[in-house]
Design a protein around this ligand. Structure first.
Ligand code: PLP
Length: 367
């Protein structure tokens, strides 16, 4: 067989160890997984109720156009239904857009490190990568702009950025979108939009009417808590979305994901409660970092990146042995630290207790 040669330079996505694997390996009974920025509070009870009605309808294909969810989401965002492109998780939307826009001879500009899938699909589509290091953990939009040329098909802005949790303001996004060529699509990935609370953070959605070369992405996997079902979407000008629809598989989002996302969207109270709890959780980590003078990035997401004084891989191992699964910065391009998803108050306390030990040991070995 002959597979595209660029595939040989990539690895299949590794989601890390499963809860069952860790239990077996370390003989533990309780595992806390705070590695993938899932919602520690689950999802709205309304989601379960909506899914309970599915069993009678499983023989039929889902609505490929996701009509009901499309109407609901459009109303929620204040955009036209034709401006939305749904995918089986935002991951699939990233793949679809990459497939539709990229090919040999084109290039993509993105931050480094940022969400891994932009890079992954650019390589598969044979586009040239132009990765621009974060500046103090934040997208360096001026340096990114300098990398954009007439062959740049996509400029990615992950806002808030995964894995740092940092953000750029709406004015910065606007100034960037205004200065790139009209042939460059600026994609603002707002997977963590619901959690962002900085006074000068705003969604790029407000800029859409003025910029035809702008796209905003969102997901139901994070704050809405239905990662298992896979549902994400892009918002852009209807003309562009219409062109991209051609690259969408006929029944790409399942009936379960569609009804669950609709129900999740209807329960804004659940969402607000999760966002408030996340704020308090972040504060627990900030307090811990401040107390020990550890480096961290104030986060606009439901995760925090911090440096505990030892390589991220080692801290990851220490937490793993005690039953806490987090992400080492090693695999994320920031080997000095770890990324922890903010959990419930108790889970955060437990992890912080282990981290206290790590900090203590580090101090002792330094003596
Ligand atoms: C989690 C995440 C996604 C993908 O979300 P899914 O909808 O679960 O595929 C996309 N972008 C960023 C920045 C993410 O953190």
């Amino acid at each position: 067989m002959i597979v595209k040669k660029q595939l040989s330079t990539l690895k299949a996505y590794s989601p890390g160890k499963t809860i069952d694997e860790v239990k077996r390996q370390y003989g533990l009974t309780k595992i806390v997984k705070l590695a993938s920025n899932e919602n520690p509070f689950g999802s709205s009870p309304k989601v379960g109720e909506a899914l309970a009605e599915l069993p009678g309808k499983l023989a039929l294909y889902p609505d490929g156009a996701a009509y009901a969810l499309r109407q609901k989401t459009a109303g929620h965002l204040g955009v036209q239904p034709e401006q939305l492109l749904f995918g089986s998780g935002l991951d699939e939307v990233i793949q679809m857009v990459s497939r539709a826009l990229l090919e040999k001879g084109t290039n993509v500009v993105m931050a480094k490190p940022t969400f891994s899938q932009y890079r992954h699909h650019a390589i598969i589509e044979n586009a040239e990568l132009r990765e621009v290091p974060l500046k103090d953990g934040v997208h360096d939009l001026e340096a990114m702009l300098a990398q954009v040329d007439e062959n740049t098909r996509i400029a990615w802005i992950c806002n808030p950025n995964n894995p740092t949790g940092t953000y750029v303001s709406k004015e910065e996004v606007q100034s960037f979108a205004a200065r790139v060529p009209k042939t460059t699509l600026v994609i603002v990935d707002e997977a963590y939009f619901e959690y962002a609370s900085a006074p000068d953070y705003a969604s790029a959605l407000e800029l859409l009417p003025d910029y035809e070369n702008l796209m905003v992405m969102r997901t139901f996997s994070k704050a809405y808590g239905i990662a298992a079902l896979r549902m994400g979407y892009a918002v852009a000008h209807a003309d562009l979305i219409g062109q991209l629809e051609v690259a969408r598989l006929p029944f790409n989002t399942s009936a379960a994901a569609q009804v669950a996302a609709l129900a999740a969207l209807e329960d804004q109270q659940f969402l607000q409660n999760c966002v408030a709890a996340n704020q308090e959780g972040l504060q627990q980590y900030y307090d811990f970092c401040e107390k020990h003078g550890l480096k961290y990035y104030p986060s606009q997401g439901n995760f925090i990146f911090m440096e505990v004084g030892k390589p991220g891989d080692e801290v990851f191992q220490q937490l793993l042995q005690k039953g806490y699964i987090v992400r080492s910065g090693g695999g994320l391009g920031l080997p000095e630290g770890i990324r922890i998803t903010v959990g419930s108050k108790e889970e955060n306390e437990e992890i912080i207790a282990v981290l206290e030990q790590v900090v203590q040991e580090t101090k002792e070995t330094a003596l």
